[in-house]
Design a protein around this ligand. Structure first.
Ligand SMILES: *[C@@H]1O[C@H](CO)[C@@H](O)[C@H](O)[C@H]1NC(C)=O
Ligand SMILES: *[C@@H]1O[C@H](CO)[C@@H](O)[C@H](O)[C@H]1NC(C)=O
Length: 325
């Protein structure tokens, strides 16, 4: 990844403004927040849509002590455990810090760190994004540029991936589960739209090539108790749930059925407790609801085989309920 270091003009002329926290966004098209970083971090150009506060001067080829042991007799490449791994989260508002940015909601990625130990959570989720727009804006590239061997990456999309391309909103994916393409013109620019699976798998390949361990997680459900008194059951997930599973299988990534574990939790919580965590709509949860979604992710992780489960703080996660599904 090519990296330019941005020196903020306001910093040079001494204009007082809040400094962005570690790993936070500090620039890009449409960005109106802080453009300088806290001490020890530098605002670093990632793409036209995103500059980020990165430790030191720039995340150029970091030579951290990660070693790669390749067995000669088989085609298996084993990457040694990263001594201080990072868990990167790629997703939409249901995962992002502050959720829908309405002062009432939060994303599960902002609640999950307390259930881990020995790993740093770096939440790169951002509201309104789909697998397509996250790709087009270079946000996967940002994470691909940051990951080191032995880091973990969770990718979870779906809420913004549906809809019709006849009135293209820049987020809708091409229908299908494979190499289908849809030519569109978005914002006056010709674009070949790919399927949800193609975006997920393209990112997964690049992340795995850098030694990252990828988890494709299905989207969280909308409030299943909205307007009903009988739990609707788990027979009709949104189509992106199955797409994530298919893509994980094709790419040798871990699939975590976050949708199913969340539905199970909501079923056990019941109607009133579930409705209470949806303050504004049926998609975005309160911080309490985001914590529920963090717990259902942890439950799915505990029930699976991905090595990230070894980073669960069992004491903190003792509040996580439910059975393996
Ligand atoms: C594949 O992923 C890379 C890395 O995110 C990105 O630069 C590229 O545009 C993607 N290709 C397609 C066809 O989406
Ligand atoms: C694990 O979680 C408990 C309870 O939240 C907390 O007190 C403790 O500091 C955590 N331990 C580690 C090693 O993170």
């Amino acid at each position: 990844m090519h990296i330019k270091v941005i020196v903020s003009v306001s910093a040079l002329v001494g204009v007082a403004s809040a400094q962005q926290a570690a790993w936070g966004q500090c620039g890009g098209i449409g960005w109106t927040g802080p453009t300088t970083c806290v001490s020890g971090y530098t605002c670093t150009y990632s793409n036209d849509y995103y500059s980020q506060c990165i430790p030191g001067t720039a995340a150029t080829t970091t030579t951290k002590t990660t070693t790669k042991a390749t067995t000669t007799s088989t085609k298996t490449t084993t990457t040694s455990t990263n001594p201080s791994p990072t868990l990167y989260l790629c997703g939409d508002s249901t995962m992002a810090k502050n959720g829908a940015n309405d002062g009432a909601t939060d994303g599960w990625g902002n609640q999950v760190a307390k259930y881990f130990t020995g790993i740093t959570v770096n939440n790169q989720a951002i509201g309104g994004r789909s697998a397509r727009s996250y790709t087009r804006e270079g946000r996967f590239n940002t994470v691909i540029g940051l990951v080191k061997a032995g880091d973990y990456v969770v990718i979870e999309f779906g809420h913004n991936d549906g809809g019709s391309l006849s009135t293209d909103n820049g987020r809708t994916d091409c229908p299908g589960t494979s190499t289908e393409t849809c030519p569109v013109t978005y914002n006056g620019v010709a674009e070949t739209v790919l399927t949800f699976s193609a975006y997920l798998e393209n990112a997964t390949k690049s992340l795995k090539a850098k030694g990252a361990i990828v988890i494709l997680s299905s989207q969280t459900p909308n409030n299943p108790w909205e307007g009903v008194t009988t739990f609707p059951g788990t027979g009709s997930p949104p189509r992106f749930v199955a797409y994530a599973e298919t893509s994980a299988g094709r790419q040798g990534a871990t699939y975590l059925n976050h949708w199913l574990y969340s539905m199970d939790l909501y079923k056990r919580l019941g109607a009133s407790a579930t409705n209470a965590v949806y303050p504004n709509d049926h998609t975005h949860t309160s911080p309490t609801g985001a914590d529920h979604m963090a717990r259902s992710f942890i439950k799915g992780l505990m029930c699976g085989s991905n090595a990230l489960k070894n980073k669960i703080n069992t004491s903190a996660a003792s509040v996580v309920t439910g059975s393996c599904l």
